[in-house]
Ligand binder design. Structure first.
Ligand SMILES: NC(=O)c1ccc[n+]([C@@H]2O[C@H](COP(=O)([O-])OP(=O)(O)OC[C@H]3O[C@@H](n4cnc5c(N)ncnc54)[C@H](OP(=O)(O)O)[C@@H]3O)[C@@H](O)[C@H]2O)c1
Length: 275
């Protein structure tokens, strides 16, 4: 099961973190994988790792906030690989524009546009370009968007980020509907906190990590391979009847409402009330 033998994949943000783990996992399952991000040296390291498991790999160093360039890159990657079966829109996160994170009355137009460019506009138009190619190839395909739990639970101070991810959830479902006729499946993964550069500031000390871990029913924060395993499933033939879904990979967050968990943590049920 989960063989990608003969399949060709493109993973954006494949230089580190979640994207790197997905790219390497797909290669280990048999895919040739192109990776894209701004930093060439990280991409080259990942490409070398992919080649070391016997698969072909190509590197595209570009700023994916430039949607025109991203769309051209999809075509170029498909040409190099010979075809395109899987697109993973993983590049995203928080831009360094002032006003990207913080209360909405401090948000700036520049921050809004930058956050929506990388988290919504490019994944959408890259997906549309990939769908055209996949439809012409006539053998279906899989598109996976990496969204966030913040797109489901609105997070104060992360309104622009969360709303961008929520927009991408919506577009995932619309595209799943529209591309289904060509055998193309479109899904999303919503991670909780995963240890990557994006979350470094939350997990600086052992105490930080233990504190975060205690929030999750499974009592740990996530690692990139947690997302890679889910990505392999959703992009594989074994998920052939799964489309328009969001898979929450969140250590059990969502098992109960956050408010309920917070209330219970502060007010354990007294022995006198237990039955
Ligand atoms: N880590 C978490 O807890 C978490 C939780 C929920 C969702 N996510 C989502 O998961 C995805 C991956 O995040 P991560 O945690 O793996 O972050 P990361 O370690 O910072 O990696 C992000 C990757 O995306 C690339 N990238 C970022 N902006 C780019 C741009 N403008 N153009 C081209 N490439 C760009 C980065 O490379 P360059 O900087 O070299 O361009 C890097 O390869 C993001 O969409 C993020 O929103 C993460």
């Amino acid at each position: 099961m989960f063989s990608f033998e003969g399949k060709k994949a493109l993973v954006t943000g494949g230089g580190r973190g979640i994207g790197r783990a997905i790219a390497i996992a797909l290669a280990r399952q048999g895919a040739d994988v192109a990776v894209a991000a701004r930093g060439r040296s990280e991409l080259e390291q990942v490409a070398d790792e992919i080649r070391s498991v016997g698969r072909r790999s190509f590197v595209h160093a570009l700023d994916l906030a430039d949607t025109d360039a991203a769309v051209k890159m999809v075509d170029a990657a498909a040409r190099e690989l010979g075809s395109l079966d899987v697109l993973v829109n993983n590049a995203g996160g928080i831009t360094d524009q002032p006003g990207s994170i913080g209360p909405l009355d401090e948000a700036t137009l520049e921050a809004f546009d930058a956050m929506y460019a990388i988290n919504v506009r490019t994944p959408l138009f890259a997906s549309v370009a990939a769908c055209r190619l996949m439809a012409m190839q006539g053998k279906g395909g899989a598109i996976l968007n990496i969204v966030s739990i913040d797109g489901v639970f609105p997070a104060p101070t992360e309104g622009i980020y969360g709303s961008a991810k929520a927009a991408l959830v919506n577009l995932t479902k619309v595209l799943a509907y529209e591309a289904g006729k060509d055998g193309i499946r479109v899904n999303a993964i919503a991670p909780g906190v995963i240890e990557t550069r994006l979350t470094e500031h939350l997990l600086r000390t052992d105490e930080d990590r233990a504190d975060r871990a205690s929030f999750y029913p499974l009592n740990r924060v996530g690692v990139p391979d947690d997302i890679a395993a889910a990505a392999v499933y959703l992009c594989s033939g074994e998920a052939g009847w799964v489309s328009g879904n969001v898979l929450y990979v969140t250590g059990g967050q969502l098992a109960t409402s956050d408010v309920f968990r917070w209330v219970r943590a502060k007010n354990p049920v007294p022995d006198s009330l237990k039955i």
